[in-house]
Design a protein around this ligand. Structure first.
Ligand SMILES: Cc1ncc(COP(=O)(O)O)c(C=O)c1O
Length: 436
C-alpha cells in the first residue's frame, strides 16, 4: 500500500469542483485505511478514533464486511425494497429486530440518519393523528428540513431556512455537568419540570405526537441523559399517549457500552432511529418500531428508491454478525472504562479540562475556562484536537463552541490502542499551542 500512497496526490489542491458548503474536521487527504489506521496521501498513519463520525466502527477494510460486500456486488446490487424482496435485506431486518427489545419487531430501511429521523417524524404524525413534536435544546437530528426543524445544536443548521416545520417545541436537555453542577437528580427533576411547564403553557400533551431524544446528546456535546430522566420521560409519554422516539443514530450499535443507548434506562422506546454504524461505512439507515405502528402509518405512506440497498444490507449483516460473534458490546464497555480512566488521569493534572464523561466508547473531554462549565474553551479544544492529529491520533470535536473533544474509538479497539490513544493525547495536551 505504501507505493500506492506515494503515487496519490493531495486531493485538497484538486478539489476546485467540490462544493465549499461541506464543513471538514481535517484539511487532509486520505489514501486508504487498514484496521484502525487511516493513511493520508503522504503515507502517514493515524490511529482512527473518529471513525468517519461513528461510522466505520469495525475499522477499515474489516475482512468480514469486505467479503460480504464483494460477494453481494457479484450477485445483486439492486433493486432495493420498492421492487421486491432480496435475501440480505430481509435477513438484516430480522437481525436488527432481534437486537431490539419486544415489542419492537419491524424495520424500515432508508439511507441516512436524517432520513431515519424524517421518517420517524412522519410516522408519529400520521400514526397518532397529532401535529406537535417535542425535541430537546441542543439536539442534533440531521440536515433535511424535518430533521433540521428538530435540531438546535447550532444556529448554522437553521439560520436562513425558516420557516421550518411548524408545531415543533423545544425543552431543556438534562445536561448535568453543564447546567446542574453535575447533579443527575437535579437535572432530572428540573428538566421534567420544564417539560411539564411546556405542556401546560405552550402545547397540550394531547396535541403531541412524539418526543424525540438522543440518549446521549451527540453533536450537542456528548451529554448523557440521566437514566432516571429517560424513565420519567417514558412514563410521561405513556401517560399522554405520546410516542417516544430514540434517536440512536450515534448512540446505537454498542457505542455506549450497551447495544442501545436507551438500555441504560431500562426502557423501551416506541421508535428507534438507526444509522451510522449499521453498515460500517455504506449508506444505510433504519427506523424500527412495533408492527402495528408501521401498519397504522399505512402502505405507501413513506418510501425510498435507494433505501435498503442489498449491498449495504449485506455489509450490515456482517457488521451485526461481527458485533455478536466478537462480543463487541462487552468490548465497548470494558475499553470505555479503561479509556475514561486514562483520560481522567490526564484531566486530574490539567485544569483546562472540566469534565471527562462516557458512557462506553462515546467519551467527551470538555475544555472550559477556570473550571466553569458556562465558559466553554473551544480554542483550546481545537488546538489539542489538531495537535493530536499531527501526532497521529484522529479525534473529533462537538458542542456549540467545539469545546468538547469527542472520542469515538472503534468497537473492536484493543487495550494497547486505548493506551496509545491516551499517551498521544497526553503529549498533545502538553505541546498544543496555547491560544491567546
Ligand atoms: C443523533 C444523530 N441523528 C441524526 C444524524 C443525521 O445523520 P446523517 O448525517 O446520516 O443524515 C446524526 C449525524 O451526525 C446524529 O448524530
Amino acid at each position: 500500500m505504501d507505493e500506492v500512497a506515494e503515487a496519490i496526490p493531495d486531493y485538497a489542491a484538486l478539489a476546485t469542483s467540490l462544493s465549499p458548503v461541506l464543513g471538514r474536521y481535517f484539511e487532509r487527504s486520505w489514501s486508504h485505511g487498514d484496521g484502525h489506521r487511516l493513511f493520508d496521501t503522504s503515507g502517514k498513519a493515524y490511529l482512527d478514533f473518529a471513525n468517519g463520525i461513528a461510522v466505520t466502527v469495525l475499522g477499515h477494510r474489516h475482512p468480514a464486511v469486505t467479503a460480504a460486500i464483494h460477494d453481494q456486488v457479484d450477485r445483486l446490487i439492486g433493486p432495493t425494497g420498492a421492487i421486491g424482496y432480496s435475501e440480505p435485506v430481509v435477513r438484516l431486518a430480522s437481525m436488527v429486530a432481534g437486537t431490539l427489545p419486544e415489542p419492537i419487531d419491524t424495520v424500515m430501511f432508508m439511507n441516512s440518519g436524517s432520513e431515519a429521523v424524517e421518517g420517524a417524524l412522519k410516522l408519529a404524525r400520521r400514526a397518532t393523528g397529532r401535529p406537535a413534536i417535542i425535541a430537546f435544546e441542543g439536539g442534533f437530528h440531521g440536515r433535511t428540513f424535518g430533521a433540521a426543524s428538530v435540531t438546535t445544536s447550532s444556529l448554522n443548521y437553521r439560520v436562513g431556512y425558516e420557516p421550518l416545520l411548524p408545531s415543533v417545541y423545544f425543552t431543556g436537555f438534562p445536561a448535568a455537568y453543564r447546567d446542574f453542577d453535575g447533579d443527575d437528580e437535579r437535572a432530572t427533576n428540573e428538566s421534567m419540570a420544564a417539560l411539564r411547564r411546556l405542556t401546560s403553557t405552550a402545547v397540550p400533551p394531547s396535541a403531541v405526537a412524539a418526543i424525540l431524544i438522543e440518549p446521549v446528546q451527540g453533536e450537542g456535546g456528548y451529554y448523557p441523559a440521566p437514566p432516571a430522566f429517560v424513565r420519567e420521560l417514558r412514563g410521561f409519554c405513556d401517560e399522554h399517549g405520546i410516542l417516544l422516539i430514540a434517536d440512536e443514530v450515534q448512540t446505537g450499535y454498542a457505542r455506549t457500552g450497551l447495544m442501545w443507548g436507551f438500555e441504560h434506562a431500562g426502557i423501551v422506546p416506541d421508535v428507534v432511529c438507526i444509522a451510522k454504524a449499521i453498515a460500517n461505512g455504506l449508506p444505510l439507515s433504519a427506523i424500527a418500531t412495533r408492527r402495528d405502528l408501521q401498519e397504522r402509518w399505512g402502505r405507501g405512506a413513506h418510501g425510498s428508491t435507494f433505501g435498503g440497498n442489498p449491498v449495504a444490507c449485506a455489509a450490515g449483516v456482517a457488521v451485526l454478525d461481527t458485533i455478536q460473534g466478537e462480543r463487541l458490546v462487552e468490548n465497548s464497555a470494558a475499553r470505555g472504562v479503561e479509556l475514561t480512566a486514562g483520560l481522567r488521569a490526564l484531566a486530574a493534572e490539567d485544569p483546562r479540562i472540566g469534565d471527562v464523561r462516557g458512557p462506553g466508547l462515546m467519551i467527551g473531554v470538555e475544555f472550559v475556562v477556570d473550571g466553569d462549565p458556562s465558559r466553554p474553551d473551544g480554542l483550546t479544544a481545537r488546538a489539542v484536537h489538531e495537535r493530536s492529529a499531527e501526532l497521529g491520533l484522529l479525534l473529533l470535536t462537538c458542542g456549540p463552541a467545539h469545546q468538547i473533544v469527542r472520542w469515538i474509538a472503534p468497537l473492536n479497539v484493543t487495550p494497547a490502542e486505548v493506551a496509545e490513544g491516551v499517551e498521544i493525547f497526553g503529549e498533545a495536551l502538553r505541546t498544543a499551542p496555547r491560544p491567546g
